[in-house]
Write a protein that binds this ligand. Structure first.
Ligand code: HGY
Ligand code: MN
Ligand code: MN
Length: 430
């Protein structure tokens, strides 16, 4: 609802929706973005770095100032809880506060801060709810420092995943376990809680990170599901040798192997264009990485996604074939270290999200929401295994994300939180 409009809130959900405060939300976004803020307007706050730990303390203090109880689990997931009038399982919202190495100020952070804004709106309106409302800040959604992504939410849903996660090392040989233990050490004043606790339902608000809503001129998105994703690590091992003295036909050139495989993968992606396969070879490590030494080893990652999981099966078979077919003196190995099938959110949750988005959109004369599948993965893909889950999107300017230029209009961010407030209160009173 823009400033000069008065809403006619008749239910608790509408009342909460109408108490969301845009200026307060903008201040909260700016305050969190200061942790790892970059000169180009982006944010560098990778998971469990000292900057991330400082931002967690900021969120703990902010939540406590709102009257929330704060809890932390063995994966250092943070929960900010507004008690309900019963002990029924809570409604969960929130997202992640970690960012890409060069990220924006909204990816993940917006969902966490939106949850806290909903709590502020409930406090302002004096609304109490049957169920507690919990806002979560999941650990390591991005997966850039420690792979795979969404470690916090996946370990919450299935704690048996945590031991293997704890052994994962970053590029400085620090394990995820060491980083988590440091976070827990710095949160001694926060109540510990178990993983996998019962949750009644979950709603995650996130920026779309793609161009669909902007191109449809839609202010809000009802997310029907999340496409499937796989991450692979490809290791090409040849032999380092002198760039000047080694004849071309006597080399075990790991770079030549890697770029040949990469080129074939891009050609496969082009052949699969009709299925909208998306291929990214995002991280390359070359050894010894010297201008005048033939690379002895080249590792690169593959991020491949598609709404149709069959396409990813075909991709993996193709990868196996071209690796087996590449003849040289060296070796090529690959491993899949992250794999998620498509996620589909339940109809009754989509109906509620639609109702929330329609009210917020119409009050602001921004029309109806758009239904879409998420191209990005989110923690909601794991929560969907644990309880009825759904997502709300707001547009990304130019569809840009995982980039310092990531941006969403303040009014769109405001409408997203309005829709979230309505949804969360409706669910918390069921
Ligand atoms: O990679 C993803 O889809 C998410 O933004 N981390
Ligand atoms: Mn995200
Ligand atoms: Mn992201």
């Amino acid at each position: 609802m823009t400033e000069n409009q008065t809403a006619t809130s008749s239910t608790a959900a509408e009342n909460a929706q109408d108490h969301v405060n845009s200026a307060r939300l903008q201040d909260a976004i700016a305050a969190l973005a200061a942790f790892g803020g970059r000169d180009d307007g982006g944010v560098a706050r990778e998971t469990l770095t000292d900057i991330d730990l400082a931002s967690r303390r900021h969120l703990i203090d902010t939540a406590r100032a709102l009257g929330c109880e704060v809890e932390i689990d063995d994966c250092a997931n943070l929960f900010f809880r507004r008690p309900g009038t019963t002990d029924l399982p809570p409604v969960l919202t929130g997202s992640h506060a970690d960012t890409q190495p060069v990220g924006g100020k909204l990816d993940g952070a917006y969902g966490v801060l939106a949850g806290l804004e909903v709590i502020s709106a409930l406090n302002d309106a004096g609304i109490s709810t049957r169920r507690a409302i919990e806002v979560v800040a999941w650990t390591n959604e991005e997966g850039s420092r420690f792979g795979p992504g969404a470690m916090g939410s996946s370990a919450f849903v299935d704690p048996s995943r945590l031991p293997a996660y704890r052994a994962v090392k970053d590029s400085d040989n620090i394990t995820f376990g060491e980083a988590v233990d440091k976070a827990l050490q710095q949160a001694k004043d926060v109540t510990h809680r178990e993983l996998a606790l019962p949750i009644a339902s979950c709603v995650e608000l996130h920026i779309e990170q793609g161009p669909v809503l902007e191109r449809a001129n839609a202010a809000l998105g009802v997310v029907t599901g999340i496409q499937s994703v796989r991450w692979y690590r490809v290791s090409c091992t040849g032999m380092a040798a002198h760039a000047g003295t080694t004849p071309m036909d006597e080399r075990s050139d790991a770079m030549k192997a890697a770029v040949t495989i990469a080129h074939q993968l891009y050609a496969h992606a082009a052949a699969e264009a009709a299925s909208n396969l998306r291929l990214t070879l995002g991280r390359w490590q070359v050894g010894p990485n010297s201008v005048n030494t033939i690379p002895g080893n080249v590792d690169f990652t593959i991020d491949v996604r598609c709404v149709d999981a069959e396409v990813l099966e075909r991709f993996e078979k193709f990868l196996q074939q071209i690796v087996a077919a590449y003849t040289w003196r060296g070796n090529i190995a690959f491993e899949c270290f992250f794999s998620r099938p498509p996620t589909h959110f339940p109809e009754d949750m989509l109906t509620l999200i639609e109702r929330a988005c329609v009210r917020a959109g119409h009050l602001a004369q921004r029309g109806d929401p758009q239904h879409l599948t998420s191209g990005a993965f989110h923690d909601a893909m794991y929560l969907a295994e644990h309880c009825p889950t759904a997502m709300i999107f707001v547009p990304s300017k130019g569809g840009i994300s995982h980039n310092a230029a990531e941006e969403t209009a303040p009014e769109d961010l405001y409408l997203g939180v309005q829709a979230l407030a309505y949804t969360v209160v409706e669910l918390a009173n069921r």
